[in-house]
Every structure is written in structure tokens, then in C-alpha cells.
Design a binder for this molecule. Structure first.
Ligand code: ADP
Ligand code: MG
Length: 285
């Protein structure tokens, strides 16, 4: 009897435990299912997020390309426009001034030695016309040196430096040009000229330098333009953090022109230690 009772009790306990175990297993399975579903949902979310990021990246790249195309178009439109204005100045103003000068000189010849007062008045006009002609020529050349198209970049660099040194006699330019005209890709000529123009204007305006070193050289892979001054230098961070109207456009536009023409642009400057600008273009020969 006693034994029978004990066995029934043991059996009951076993049944109870088995039931509990079954319930536990069921709960565990449910938990695993829930968790798996959660993970799957998270995975989906991540995938969607990733796809979204990829889409945005592609859009960004497209709009960057678009922007680059726009800037290139804008720059070439600007160059075309400048060329046109320079031509207009040459053809209209230049021609009228030359005609005026010719007429005054003719009047002077016809006058001979009569009316010395009129003669003096007419004579005083000639240097004014001459000065205006030179000014027109200067404006025309700074808009777009026709020399660039007619004689090439090397002649234009030489002319520009000569003219610059005569305007700023305290600054000497030491040139080292180690390339031939035909080695400079046509598309780079105007870029080189514009960078040189802005860099040298900055040197006159800001650097107080007395010597400028100008290098144009190439190796088998790259062409490099370097403009180094021995002036007072400047704080790059400060210059680039300037906002609004106090911020110049020169440095940015040099960088833009160089990068849009496929090159890279580097500025090094330190207060008291001068400034170096370097533009490097890959040559695909
Ligand atoms: N060669 C240089 N030497 C000293 N400072 C310079 C030189 N080039 C540029 N800078 C500094 O960088 C600033 C930005 O130049 P830039 O963008 O050409 O504008 P801007 O010439 O109109 O001031 C200048 O205001 C000047 O402080
Ligand atoms: Mg400037």
C-alpha cells in the first residue's frame, strides 16, 4: 500500500514536471520565433536604409556632376564674353581713338606755324589720346589677351610679367619655364593665364614681396605651375573662414578653374614665411 502510494506520487510529480517542461519549451519556441521575426524586420529596415543611402549618394554625385558641368559652362561663357568685349573695345574704341589722333595730327600739319595758341591746344590733346589708347589696350588685355590666341601662352606669360614689373618696379619675377608651347594643352592655356594673373595681383596687393619665383614645368605625367613669393604670408584658416563681403574670390576662383580643368590646386602660406601656389595637371599622353 505504502509503496503503491509512493509510486503514484512519483508518477504525478513526473507528469507535472513533464507538463512544465512542455510549457517551457513552448514559451522558448515562441520567444525564438518572436525574436527571429524582430530580427528579420530589423534586417528589412536596415536594407531599406542602405538602399536609401545609396540612392542619396547617387543623387549627390549626379548633382555634383551637374554643378561641375554648370561651372565649366559658366567659366567658358565668361571667357567668351570677355573675348567679345575685348574685341569690341579694340574694334570700336581703338579704331575711333586712332582716327581722332590721326585727325588732330593732320590738323596740326595743316595749321603749320599759324595760330600758336590753337597749335598748343591741339598738341596737348595728343598725349591724352595716347594715354586713352594705352588704357583701352590695358583693359582689353586684362579682359582677354588676344596674344594668347595669336602667339601662345609662353609669349603671353613673358609679356604679362614684363608689364607687371613695369607697373610694380619693387617686385622682380624670376621665371623658369621648362616647357615648349606645343607641350601645353590648349585647354590649359587660359587657366594658366588666369591663375598667374590672380596670383600676381594678390602678390602686389597683399604680400609686400620683392621677389616672385614662377615655374612652369612638366614631367612625363604632369604639368605644374608654381608661384612662390617671399612676402609676409597669411593665415589660411583665417582667410578661408572670412564671410560675406570681406571674403575675396581670387583664391576660390583659382582653385575652381584648376580643378575644373582636371588639375589639383595647393596653397601653402604662413605668416612671415611667404606663399606658394601650385597647380598640377595630369597629362594624358
Ligand atoms: N600672396 C599673398 N600674400 C599674402 N596674403 C595673401 C596672398 N594671397 C592672398 N592673400 C590673402 O588671402 C586673402 C584672400 O585672397 P583673394 O581670395 O584673392 O581675395 P582678395 O584678393 O580679393 O582679398 C587676401 O585678402 C589676403 O589676405
Ligand atoms: Mg585676390
Amino acid at each position: 500500500m505504502q509503496q503503491e502510494k509512493l509510486r503514484t506520487e512519483a508518477e504525478n510529480t513526473l507528469r507535472q514536471r513533464t507538463l512544465e517542461l512542455q510549457q517551457l519549451t513552448e514559451t522558448l519556441e515562441m520567444r525564438v520565433q518572436e525574436r527571429t521575426a524582430e530580427l528579420a524586420a530589423m534586417n528589412e529596415e536596415l536594407k531599406a536604409e542602405n538602399e536609401e543611402r545609396l540612392r542619396i549618394e547617387i543623387e549627390l554625385r549626379e548633382s555634383e556632376n551637374h554643378l561641375r558641368e554648370l561651372s565649366t559652362a559658366l567659366l567658358s561663357a565668361q571667357e567668351r564674353e570677355r573675348k567679345l568685349i575685348a574685341q569690341e573695345i579694340h574694334d570700336s574704341m581703338g579704331a575711333s581713338l586712332a582716327a581722332t589722333k590721326f585727325k588732330v595730327e593732320t590738323a596740326l600739319t595743316e595749321l603749320g606755324n599759324d595760330s600758336p595758341q590753337t597749335r598748343a591746344a591741339l598738341e596737348s590733346i595728343i598725349p591724352i589720346i595716347q594715354g586713352t589708347m594705352e588704357e583701352a589696350r590695358r583693359i582689353q588685355m586684362s579682359l582677354r589677351p588676344s596674344m594668347l590666341d595669336d602667339l601662345g601662352i609662353l609669349a603671353t606669360i613673358n609679356w604679362f610679367c614684363r608689364q607687371y614689373e613695369s607697373i610694380y618696379p619693387s617686385i622682380r619675377i624670376k621665371k623658369e619655364i621648362d616647357v615648349q608651347e606645343h607641350e601645353v594643352p590648349n585647354s590649359l592655356k587660359i587657366v594658366i593665364y588666369r591663375v598667374l594673373q590672380e596670383a600676381l595681383n594678390n602678390i602686389a596687393k597683399h604680400s609686400r614681396a620683392s621677389v616672385v619665383l614662377l615655374f612652369l614645368r612638366k614631367n612625363s605625367q604632369t604639368m605644374e605651375l608654381t608661384i612662390r613669393d617671399s612676402g609676409q604670408g597669411f593665415d589660411l584658416e583665417e582667410a578661408f573662414s572670412r564671410k560675406g563681403t570681406t571674403r575675396g574670390l581670387g583664391l576660390d576662383s583659382m582653385r575652381e578653374r584648376v580643378e575644373l580643368s582636371g588639375g589639383s590646386f595647393l596653397i601653402e602660406s604662413k605668416k612671415g614665411a611667404g606663399t606658394v601656389l601650385r597647380a598640377t595637371w595630369p597629362l594624358n599622353s
